[in-house]
Design a protein around this ligand. Structure first.
Ligand SMILES: C[S@@+](CC[C@H](N)C(=O)[O-])C[C@H]1O[C@@H](n2cnc3c(N)ncnc32)[C@H](O)[C@@H]1O
Length: 248
């Protein structure tokens, strides 16, 4: 871990000569090291990040790239909400191999696609609703080179999780790795408990209903994705057919 990151995690503060803020909204050390390890194992030439905030994930990424690749960041609020702390952190740590596009990913991603830019690794940590994550993943998969890695943070959040489950079914997407414990909400824990306890009775309603509730594919998929951060690999440029759909 670079010195700037060490200092930030130790003090939980981000300090510049003219500004001092508390650390927030960031990936934790385990997640940062997970991203870092993947970068070191695939040696990307171009990386992309959606959602910079105070730049903690950006610091992990630029640290792992070690100047050998270019990093692009999409964040519409870096100036307006984050006082440019993320970008200032990167500069303070001595990195210059990055550029910031101050646009929402829903605008920036299709623009990158239109320019034919490709990436070897994309990290998604932007607006965590289902629709935004779906759009982020849709474009990211198109923007990745074959063999490229897509990392999604906050998979414990329902909207994010739904979107990940959907794309995980794509024939050109493979599971690559995961880290962090899935933080289940209280209502989710109660729901899971009730589902397990009622299992014998649900089968009395007939196999069709029961198999929809306890679909083994979904169970299997969820077990693999039970983490706070998930990495997926794009294994081909194959498009799903126009009428493709798989329950997720
Ligand atoms: C959870 S924070 C990112 C934390 C950061 N990855 C880190 O580990 O330090 C979410 C970020 O997404 C940004 N964001 C919000 N809406 C967005 C959008 N439409 N497109 C891209 N980023 C967005 C926010 O400004 C914020 O910086």
């Amino acid at each position: 871990m670079n010195k700037r990151l060490e200092e930030i995690f130790k003090t939980r503060k981000i300090i510049f000569e003219d500004l001092k803020v508390n650390l927030n909204s960031n990936v934790d050390i385990e997640e940062g090291e997970f991203i870092s390890k993947i970068i070191k194992s695939i040696n990307p030439k171009k990386t992309l990040e959606i959602g910079c905030a105070q730049g903690i994930s950006s610091l992990f990424i630029c640290d792992a790239l070690n100047g050998a690749a270019h990093h692009t960041i999409l964040d519409p609020n870096q100036t307006s909400e984050w006082q440019c702390v993320g970008i200032r952190n990167l500069k303070h740590a001595g990195y210059s191999n990055f550029d910031l596009i101050e646009k929402g990913s829903e605008i920036g991603l299709p623009e990158l696609l239109d320019k034919n830019v490709k990436f070897d690794l994309i990290f998604i940590d932007g607006w965590h609703t289902f629709d935004h994550t779906l759009v982020d993943m849709f474009y990211s998969i198109k923007l990745l080179n074959i063999g490229g890695i897509l990392i999604v943070d906050d998979v414990g959040m329902r909207g994010v999780r739904k979107a990940v489950n959907y794309f995980y079914n794509f024939p050109n997407i493979n599971f690559f790795g995961s880290t962090g414990k899935l933080k289940k909400t209280r209502s989710r824990m109660i729901f899971d408990f009730l589902k397990q306890s009622l299992k014998p009775f649900v089968f009395l309603t007939g196999n069709r209903i029961a198999s929809e509730i306890f679909n083994p594919d979904i169970r299997h998929r969820n077990t693999k994705l039970e983490a706070s951060m998930v990495a997926l690999k794009k294994i081909s440029d194959e498009q799903v057919p126009w009428n493709w759909f798989k329950e997720f």
